[in-house]
Design a protein around this ligand. Sequence first.
Ligand code: PBG
Length: 330
Amino acid sequence: MITGQFPTTRLRRNRVDAWTRRMVAETSLSVDHLIWPIFVRDGGGEPTPVSTMPGVTRVGLDRLAAHVEEAVRLGIPAIALFPATPPGLKNEAGSEALNPENLICQAARLLKREFPDLGLVGDVALDPYTDHGHDGVLRDGYVANDESVAILTRQAVNQAMAGIDIIAPSDMMDGRVGAIRAALDEAGEIHTRIMSYAAKYASSFYGPFREALGSNAALKGDKKTYQMNPANSDEALREVAMDLAEGADMVMVKPGMPYLDIVRRVHDEFRVPVFAYQVSGEYAMLAHAMQHGLLDRERGIIETLMGFRRAGASGVLSYFAVEAARILRG
Ligand code: PBG
């Protein structure tokens, strides 16, 4: 490490004015680094607010194009779609996930028609569709791995056929990336990318998301037998290594802010595109503090997103994406 000594070296010299600070900045943040997650619901009319996430709504298909239009205009490269499935369509096996007319497939077709250059990320997991709220099927109270993977591969193909560009398996079953890659190739979907939620932790920060999708009331127990233990870090590298070996094009770390050390390790170890998900609980925490005047909104948004970039993330999934893009576009 080359270092200097005071007073010949004064590190504050490089902070003395805005143009110098810009010139020596080590990290950049632009709209290219943003992915916007949105909640799609059944029925039409005004988008319904998600009470736990101030500023976030669930939107029906009739308003979807209007909802997304600003994000496209601002240059956000991709959005991630999540369905609020009507309770009547949920069952033990999550079979609505395989319906070519489900909310996600309809949304994907509509958006591809309206905005052919907007990237679409589709979450693959069964929790929005099961009446027990788990990401796979239950056998004797345990989420059965291989049986769930067999369904998830079909869910992935169903989404790809509808126009989803990036399949994002968030279920944490073992072997699902390889199985999904094989199924996509088999279906001729060789360009459909896989962004695996490789290091996804059993976190308390998903609460508001589950409320938004209505999967919270349904969830029996917790997800600790498939999502990672927050105490673990080396294990995240094994998860990433296996997903890459199975054909993942990009990987994700989730949640974001409490796991920046994992983002850094994955980036340093693998040098592959790694994304971080600033999840619903992080959004809620920040948005509520901002609402109460405890945090400056613009600076808070940019600082947290910059933190992900500084940790080595290629990009961030954030409910602040559109607001951040407005700020970044000045
Ligand atoms: C579904 C899924 C979850 C999130 C993304 N995909 C919830 C969960 O695993 O329970 C959470 C996203 C957020 O909290 O913003 N498997």
